[in-house]
Design a protein around this ligand. Structure first.
Ligand code: ABC
Length: 537
């Protein structure tokens, strides 16, 4: 539908055509694993994902410990020397960008070299090939450090007011793991497909339907949960395990070991929020928002219509409800997909790639849900499919001087992106509307001007936090009039409060510094390929 700017009737018709954005109801839902004040604590987090092996080498003495033939900094499929001590030494860098929770990939002791002597020779540098044994043990991968290194990292995180998210595996063991040799009946046979009984990539696939196996796995997770003061668990391959195991065994087990632990399910599903909902119903507090990631790639990285993002947000807020949507973990990329910066593809000018990336970051920090950064996001690191998306962190990253340079494999002047991430994390953390506020769509292209705008609002007896966020994905400037007054997705109190109100841009990405609404309508004009975060005075 063509936009007829200026006519309220047309605008009302268009808004009607958009369908009323989901009014952000906060109807009570099934109790989450975290409760009380912890829910707000987690809504306010900014998660930072690292592979300890690829981040910083704090102790070269452990580089070659553990499995032989697994340390080779020049081979992408083996260990490169990063470790827990290295991570511990860089907490000021991680905290400095505004990240508040550190998620490390698993630290379990890993299996021996896989496919030795072949071009595919590889080791569990990522931590997802645990060498489980029975009874389950707490062995930390020696190349990453010791149990005291892990405990010390967690203590230092807590000393910095930060949290630790432990990555766990209950779907499988590593290739050739001890427990697979001593208990072959604990594992499914070989089959292909997405069924929960089929091994993922040939990994020994546990038979959770067997009570003995379920008890072994839950005890294993409980032991790790008890042994370390963790704040959260990221559960790997959740969609490859029967939901009944999570709900009936694993969730109650780990919460008995450590109440109020935040439980995040990795269910790599992109068909929409209806596919994610069962994991919340099974007792997880959160899932990764892969459907939104696909939409962010389509809309921003590939310069498509913002209808994709608008539709995805309407889907997950509408399907999950606001309470669960606010705990969903949103991402631009991670260790399993090409980096967002690689998604525009060949032939796109680097300045354009940066504009698209910064738009994506603006969405990541203002949409409902917990933002997750993947190490290197903050310094514009490129990377293709696994394992290219797991390159080592560069040592120049740690200082602002170092980040001022130009390096192969990174956006020029990485400090520009680092400073934007730092600013966006601060804006989000300091404005309750963005981490616990309602959501109401104000504008989507609907086939017309490629602009997306929404309202976030939170008020209580102590404060009022009201924000309008606008993205212009056009290659030219664009102007839209947002009909706040008639938007039923916004509370009536807020609508009247915002009818005539001045807003100040917090993002500083080129939009007019202030805009003022009149008669319930807010006209916003944005330069090409930029966004604004307008905070009501
Ligand atoms: C690597 C190679 C494999 C090779 C293997 C030997 O080594 O990538 O090609 O066969 C770990 C390592 C990986 C390793 C695997 C297997 O183990 O990190 O390097 O593979 O050995 C989690 C972790 C992940 C980890 C594992 C295993 C699980 O995050 O790092 O991998 O513990 C599936 C799972 C998901 C899993 C992921 C790797 O594979 O569901 O839990 N991640 C489609 C499917 C998804 C699938 C995804 C990736 O592909 O729907 O189920 O995830 O394979 C979107 C589409 C999606 C599509 C994505 C990729 O693109 O809409 O449908 O997802 O646009």
């Amino acid at each position: 539908m063509k936009r007829i700017a200026g006519s309220l009737l047309a605008l009302t018709l268009v808004l009607a055509a958009c369908g009323t954005a989901p009014s952000a109801q906060s109807t009570p839902l099934a109790p989450q694993a975290v409760s009380g004040g912890n829910i707000d604590t987690w809504r306010r987090q900014v998660i930072y994902l690292t592979l300890p092996d690829r981040f910083a080498n704090g102790n070269t003495a452990n580089d070659n410990l553990g499995q032989p033939y697994c340390f080779d900094p020049n081979w992408p499929l083996k260990f490169h020397g990063g470790d827990l001590a290295g991570l511990r030494s860089k907490l000021s860098y991680i905290k400095g960008m505004g990240a508040t929770t550190l998620w490390t990939t698993p630290v379990y002791a890993q299996v021996p070299e896989v496919n030795p002597g072949t071009p595919g020779a590889s080791c569990g540098y990522h931590g997802y090939w645990p060498n489980f044994r029975n009874p389950g043990d707490l062995a930390v991968e020696p190349k990453l450090g010791t149990g005291s290194d892990l405990g010390g990292l967690i203590t230092d995180l807590h000393g910095n007011g930060m949290k630790y998210m432990m990555d766990m595996v209950a779907n499988h063991a590593g290739y050739g793991a001890s427990v697979a040799q001593t208990h072959p009946s604990w594992f499914h046979g070989n089959c292909t497909g997405d069924d929960v009984t089929c091994p993922l990539a040939g990994l020994p696939d546990f038979r959770q339907e067997d009570g003995t196996v379920a008890n072994y796995l839950t005890t294993l997770s409980k032991n790790w949960t008890s042994a370390y003061a963790i704040d959260a668990i990221r559960m790997d391959t959740a969609k490859h395990v029967p939901l009944g195991y999570w709900q009936g065994s694993w969730v109650p087990g780990v919460l008995a070991a450590r109440p109020n632990t935040f439980l995040l399910a990795e269910a790599f599903l992109t068909g929409g929020a209806s596919q994610l909902k069962p994991f919340y119903d099974a007792g997880f507090d959160s899932t990764f928002n892969f459907p939104l990631r696909n939409a962010l790639v389509s809309s921003f990285a590939r310069a498509g219509s913002l209808d994709a993002v608008a539709g995805s947000v309407q889907d997950y807020v509408g399907t999950l409800g606001l309470d669960r949507a606010l705990l969903t973990v949103n991402l631009l990329d991670n260790h399993d997909v090409p980096r967002f910066l690689n998604e525009p593809g060949y032939g796109v000018a680097e300045d354009e790639i940066r504009r698209r990336y910064h738009l994506g970051l603006g969405a990541l920090f203002t949409l409902p849900g917990i933002p997750q950064l993947y190490y290197g996001n903050e310094i514009g690191m490129y990377g293709g499919a696994d394992p290219d998306n797991r390159r080592d962190m560069p040592s120049w990253a740690w200082t602002s001087t170092g980040r001022g340079g130009t390096y192969s494999g990174f956006l020029p002047n990485p400090g520009l992106t680092y400073n934007l991430v730092q600013k966006l994390a601060g804006i989000r953390t300091n404005n309750p509307a963005l981490w616990k506020g309602s959501y109401a769509e104000l504008w989507r292209p609907n086939g017309g001007t490629n602009v997306f705008a929404f309202y976030r609002g939170y008020t209580d007896s102590t404060a009022a936090s009201r924000i309008v966020v606008v993205f212009n994905n056009n290659a030219a400037s664009a102007s839209v009039s947002l009909n706040i007054g008639a938007n039923t997705g916004i509370s009536s109190a807020d609508r009247s409060s915002l009818a005539s109100r001045t807003f100040d841009d917090q993002a500083g990405q080129g939009a007019p510094a202030t805009v003022t609404s009149s008669g319930g309508s807010l006209t916003v004009s944005l330069p090409a390929k930029t966004f604004a975060i307008y905070k009501a005075r």
